[in-house]
Design a protein around this ligand. Sequence first.
Ligand code: SF4
Length: 436
Amino acid sequence: MNVYDSRQIENMMRQAGYQRAGSADKADLIIVNTCAIRDKAEQKLYSLLGRLAPIKQRNPDVVLAVGGCVAQQEGKALLSRVPYLDLVFGTHTLNRIPELVARVISTKSRIVDVGIHVIEDPLPTENARGNGKEVSRFVTIMRGCDNFCTYCVVPYVRGRETSRAPDRIIAEIEALVGEGIREVTLLGQNVNSYGNREGLITFPELLLKVNEISGLSRIRFTTSHPKDLSDALIESFVSLEKLCPHIHLPVQSGSDAVLKRMKRRYTRDMFSERVAGLREKCGDIALTSDIIVGFPGETESDFQLTLDLIQEIQFDGLFAFKYSDRPNARAAGYMAKVSEKEKARRLQVLLDCQQAITLKKNRALEGTEQVVLVEGVSRMSDTRDPQWTGRSLNNKIVNFTIPEKIAPSEEDWVGRQVKVVIYKGLLHSLQGKMLA
Ligand code: SF4
């Protein structure tokens, strides 16, 4: 979502006459878009601002701005903590950035705007195609969240759930397709509740409309809250040919006691049943998830239940994190904190367990044919024998060679879907050869 927001900021600043500087050293304006989801992300902001300080010392006219979730959370306190900061803007003031920057310059004052305004839709929809080789883009369909999971800062920094109108979303995707984009990932904190508050169409109905966009090859989405995963959405994977067979379904823990304290509003059995429903309808769907280790009060037996769930479900991949207290989130006040050392141990055990599963699943794909959307030449490529890269339908990175006799230039392949036979499954990617 921050990648998407950063694009919107860039578009707005371009319209205001700015262009990308090659580096922070050469910039007249530096905007840092921030994430507050974990303490580590927040600490990275402060170390980055420390590295930017010499630039401001050399040239006080450079405008330094911080936006996004940490800005929303800290507001004025950020200006006090970082005396050389010029502008703090929150998650609801995105479309005022050109105006705020102009005010900082004309008044030579320091400004904070973290008010909760409705973000007027449409935000600018002009989406230049980056380096001209991108084939995939994010499109935000909703903002904010109403779920208030007890560890999470999102409802406080991104506000309550609001959905964008379907015609704006469709128009934005059509514009992207016109620029050469072939795959979109629809973004929301909980896409299953798309349109509920506003009485718009449902998420499966939106998917149906996106599926009809001519020239678009693939649709993905994230994130889907397990408690709201509907039969209609499962059915979409069967009926919509552009919807890729991969779902990210964050389970967070395998212990009912922990899930309850997290206020996730599903049990381990409910999660397993939903997964069974998905796999029954769409057998080879890839499944990824998020896990938090060391939530306050998580005992060794709670942790063992999570490991047990991982073995039971056999996810294709996991994003696992150590719990950290977030301001305002209810769990920050929970007692029985797990020590950093123990969190680190649990995380490592969990990652080792998942790596074995991922490797086994990727090896099982050896000898299969995968449809790959070509993204370009791999960074690791050898110029004499170029390795191409792209993603399979179920979101695995595939590096592959193209037989010499059918290898035209890069422009001819980027954005096309090709068939690749896999000869090696690795931990983070698959290797293969394109079929003639
Ligand atoms: S569903 Fe829970 S974890 Fe996800 S954004 Fe909302 S409050 Fe945070």
